[in-house]
Design a protein around this ligand. Structure first.
Ligand code: GLY
Ligand code: MN
Length: 466
């Protein structure tokens, strides 16, 4: 945990920013069963609860009274049975003291505190619950039907939480740097292991082991695939083949649950073919362009479009696209090859705060997620501010079914050379992802050492292990 003063200050600022008054209800997460009650998934605390209380244990909830300043943690001390099966723990009062809360009560008592507020007509602020257990819990204590909760979430609380969590403090940045160190080990291990005959699963297992060895495990399910054109490919059963590319998109959480998220694409044989280099270098240039442009005040949507223009121009140079790059991007034609956004915020969640609602996190009053082809998949489009941590992850993918669909519809035929694009079916996909911190004057790449990224760096690194 951070020093308790950090949590005290964060909660004081939250109370200040939610001006409407009432109470703030912040449930932590509970254990979630895999296939029977006592066989549970790896426990992951709710990130907003972690941000304001730092306590990484299941079955806790908190209430902050905005008007009186009261802060209460609701949780139960362990029974003898709990101690026998899951081991001893400090008391709830001792745990709460670590984040500067002195009022603790049994979990069941939260019902009467929230009901009392409801009966008096006070506002009960809560964020959109994303787990069934917490939907049920909030529904029970507030009396709002689970199906109607989305209509009652507190926009004021959502905006206040986002406005605090979106700018990372020095101590948070240090944690994210640690997650990047683990990410570096994961990705360089993948590069060491990658060769013909190895099964994707062997690499996935090794790198996920590193995430657990040095931190709290992975920050999301790793993507380790020879079929990199499938964006979120979680199948690990292919045997690596000479001449193919392996895409590894993986990150770790530190023990305090701060994330990293990197993607590298490497040649299975250890050497890129000329065709692979040609496409790789376009993606690398798009990644570099995003770093050149990222600074406070810039719209991330504009940086996304600039990176897409680099991709379109590169594909025009290869004869896969045609016409004017800016016009092609304006028409959304690049989306055939890069159907996702340039990046997302990262922090306590790898896609930071996406549970709270993208319209508050990635967009704002000035910007709205567009439905237009080419920008519609961008998760974050608003202006960058110092302290924000972003991913930069351009890619080029050759998705046979998508190419066939566009071709059959004649979509953007003036910008796509379909015959040439079809020649790349079977090529796979390339994504190159790094994490950046927006500073007062520009940005800084996170991580002590960059995971090998250029063609030469990747080949030289891989050559050492064969
Ligand atoms: N690294 C996976 C994602 O950003 O969706
Ligand atoms: Mn990412």
């Amino acid at each position: 945990m951070f020093p308790k003063e950090s949590y005290v200050a964060r909660r004081a600022e939250l109370r200040r920013r939610v001006t409407r008054g009432g109470i703030i209800l912040l449930p932590g997460n509970v254990e979630s069963p895999v296939n029977y009650p006592n066989n549970v998934y790896h426990f992951r605390q709710d990130s907003t609860f972690l941000y304001f209380f730092g306590l990484n244990l299941p079955s806790m909830a908190a209430v902050i009274d905005i008007d009186s300043g009261e802060e209460i943690i609701f949780a139960d001390d362990l029974s003898m049975d709990d101690i026998i099966w899951t081991g001893p723990q400090p008391t709830v009062a001792e745990l709460a003291a670590r984040c500067g809360v002195s009022d603790t009560r049994p979990l069941a008592k939260i019902d009467e505190v929230v009901r009392d507020a409801v009966q008096r007509g006070r506002s009960v602020h809560f964020l959109p619950p994303y787990r069934a257990e917490n939907k049920f819990f909030i529904s029970r204590v507030t009396g709002i039907k689970a199906e109607a909760l989305a209509d009652h979430i507190s926009v004021e609380l959502a905006l206040a939480v986002v406005s605090l969590r979106d700018k990372k403090s020095q101590e948070e940045i240090e944690e994210i740097e640690k997650a990047c160190e683990i990410g570096y080990m994961m990705h360089t291990t993948a590069m060491k292991m990658c060769r013909p005959g190895v099964v994707e699963r062997e690499i996935a297992g090794a790198i996920e082991g590193i995430a657990l060895q040095y931190g709290a495990g992975v920050s999301f399910t790793s993507i380790v695939s020879q079929n990199g054109e499938t964006l979120h490919n979680h199948y690990y059963g292919n045997t690596l083949e000479e001449g193919r590319l392996l895409l590894v998109d993986a990150g770790a959480e530190t023990v305090m649950n701060y994330s990293s998220d990197f993607t590298r694409t490497m040649p299975v044989s250890g050497k890129f073919t000329q065709r692979q280099k040609d496409v790789y270098n376009i993606v690398l240039a798009a990644n570099a362009r995003a770093f050149e442009l990222s600074e406070p005040g810039k719209l991330y949507r504009d940086i996304h479009l600039e990176a897409c223009t680099v991709i379109a121009q590169g594909l025009i140079n290869l004869g896969i696209m045609k016409g004017d790059a800016a016009e092609a991007v304006n028409a959304g034609a690049h989306a055939l090859f890069m159907p996702h956004g340039l990046g997302h915020m990262m922090g306590l969640d790898v896609h930071d705060m996406e549970d709270i609602g993208e319209k508050y996190v990635g967009y704002d009053l000035e910007t709205k997620r567009s439905t237009e082809l080419g920008v519609s998949a961008l998760r974050m489009g608003r202006r960058l501010q110092p302290g924000m941590v972003m991913t930069v992850e351009p890619g080029i993918y050759f998705i046979p079914a998508y190419i066939a669909k566009w071709k059959s519809e004649g979509l953007n035929a003036q910008f796509v050379n379909y015959d040439k694009a079809e020649e790349f079916c079977g090529f796979g996909g390339i994504r190159i992802e790094d994490d950046l911190l927006i500073t007062d004057t520009g940005n800084r790449m996170l991580g002590k050492k960059r995971v090998p990224a250029t063609v030469e760096e990747v080949e030289e690194f891989m050559a050492q292990y064969r």
